[in-house]
Write a protein that binds this ligand. Structure first.
Ligand code: BG6
Length: 474
């Protein structure tokens, strides 16, 4: 890609969706360990205790915990120059509120990071990708409680110091921006991000406002911490941003689409503009919500702006008066754009949308952007050990081209493209294995059966060529 030298090519994975080994190496139980498998028709169930009769996909994942070396070799074979992983907080602090870290947890990620470095793959490390020790939810009420910010800072400081000479790129949170207090109403999203079910919150709007504020504050504090630990650190935050277009040019629909789209941005504003947005505070005041904010929060926001934006992009949505657009409705179908094809899970396939968001973000914040997730969840068929996933190649090729246009023609500063996920893993929203994203097929089905063997799909070689040609086919 001409606009960027040292452009990162690679993929992203998350601990709770791939590692498995949920009781090994001293790991404590984390929020996603209590979520069963669902489907594109049936939401996942969140249980209070582990019920041995039920199926919890995070317990096995794809057993990356034991396969990481071989998997990294496959990433290397494709030519990856970066891999985004997440550290599972519950491996480092099994309950979350301990003072001393779990050495076995630190050692596991050290092995993974060393393996990446030995293969010239830059580790980009997410500190929180839906992985919170469940104890922090039960004993403290999760992010509603400001004490959790201190536990999170202690955890972040521990890992940032421990891997200081090895990791340069850090991500504070994955997609916390999906929790807009005024629009979010789905159990799965509030649970993924904060370990709490929307339907069980007594004051959901107030609770989500607190959670959103506290997480954002925690994020800017970690930025400062990262710079103190090592001024060379680059620290960003990953946001899930799927543009929301107006259903038509009826002005009230256009205005609604503007506000629907904007709801995903207040935390991006807070982390990039050096202050928590005034419009959001005014909205909370009007709703009678009083956030617990301290005088030095203002300084924390002021000094904690991120170095880069991570963009997770999958689809676009449309908005129309009196029609829900966000949350489960969009996740499992909902209002569809007649100009787009949809994936089997109802996600509108829209390569132009990635160029649109890249431009929107860059013009609004002028910060470097890395695409931290992009991919197509699809059902793959294995024929004589081969997987002909031309639909995935088609999706990715169009998106890579749109990124290229954003960089070469629109002058967006984008420094990497990481797919979700380079290897099949457990779907976050549905818990299925059959919703596959990888270049590497994992022999594991929705019932948890399979050899766990890895196979290269056709897209494996396609991506290898894309990387070789730095975005162009060589
Ligand atoms: C992103 C998440 O929002 O979407 C990932 O960061 C997730 O964790 C990805 O896996 C795709 O969603 P799903 O539900 O298809 O796995």
């Amino acid at each position: 890609m001409e606009g960027m030298k040292d452009f990162f090519w690679g993929g992203s994975i998350a601990a709770h969706q791939c590692e498995g080994a949920w009781q090994e190496g001293g790991k404590g139980p984390a929020i996603m360990d209590f979520v069963t498998k669902g489907s594109n028709k049936e939401p996942r169930t969140i249980t209070d205790k582990i019920d041995p009769k039920l199926d919890y996909p995070s317990h096995l994942g794809i057993d990356f915990y034991h396969h990481y070396k071989d998997d990294i070799q496959l990433f290397k074979e494709m030519g990856f120059t970066a891999l985004r992983i997440s550290i599972d907080w519950s491996r480092i602090f099994p309950k979350g509120d301990e003072h001393e870290p779990n050495q076995a947890g630190l050692a596991f990620y050290e092995r993974v990071i060393d393996e990446l470095l030995a293969n010239n793959i830059e580790p980009i490390v997410t500190l929180y990708h839906f992985e919170m020790p469940i104890h922090l939810v039960h004993a403290y009420g999760s992010w509603k409680n400001r004490q959790v910010i201190d536990f999170y800072l202690h955890y972040c400081e521990t890992v940032m110091r421990f891997y200081n000479d090895k990791v340069k790129f850090w991500v504070t949170f994955n997609e916390m921006n999906h929790l807009d207090p005024q629009s979010e109403q789905s159990d799965i999203f509030t649970y993924l991000i904060a370990g709490l079910k929307y339907s069980e919150m007594e004051n959901p709007v107030e609770d989500l406002a607190r959670i959103g504020y506290n997480m954002t504050l925690a994020g800017v504090k970690v930025v400062q911490l990262a710079r103190k630990i090592n001024p060379e650190n680059k620290i960003g935050c990953v946001f899930g941003l799927n543009p929301i277009y107006s259903y038509d040019c009826q002005p009230d629909n256009v205005l609604k689409a503007f506000f629907d789209n904007d709801q995903d941005y207040y935390q991006v504003d807070a982390m990039c503009n050096g202050k928590f947005p005034r419009y959001k505070m005014r909205q909370y005041q009007a709703l009678g919500i009083e956030l617990e904010n301290h005088p030095d929060d203002v300084e924390a926001f002021n000094k904690g702006s991120i170095d880069f934006i991570g963009l997770n992009y999958y689809m676009s949505s449309i908005s129309k008066l009196n029609t829900p657009v966000e949350g489960e409705s969009a996740l499992f179908g909902g209002l569809q754009n007649p100009y787009l094809e949809q994936s089997k899970w109802g996600w509108g396939i829209d390569p132009t949308g990635i160029r649109y968001v890249l431009n929107y973000l860059y013009r609004r914040y002028e910060l470097p952007i890395i695409i931290t997730e992009n991919g197509l969840g699809a059902v793959d068929q294995v024929e004589n050990g081969q997987i002909h996933d031309d639909y995935r190649i088609d999706y990715l090729e169009k998106h890579v081209n749109a990124v290229k246009q954003a960089v070469d023609e629109d002058y967006v500063e984008c420094f990497g493209y990481l797919t979700w996920a380079p290897i099949d893993l457990v779907s976050a929203t549905t818990g299925e294995m059959s919703k596959r994203y990888g270049f590497i097929y994992v022999d594991l089905d929705n019932q948890g059966k399979g050899s766990l063997q890895r196979y290269q799909k056709d897209s494996f070689m396609w991506y290898q060529n894309v990387i070789k040609g730095n975005g162009k086919k060589p």
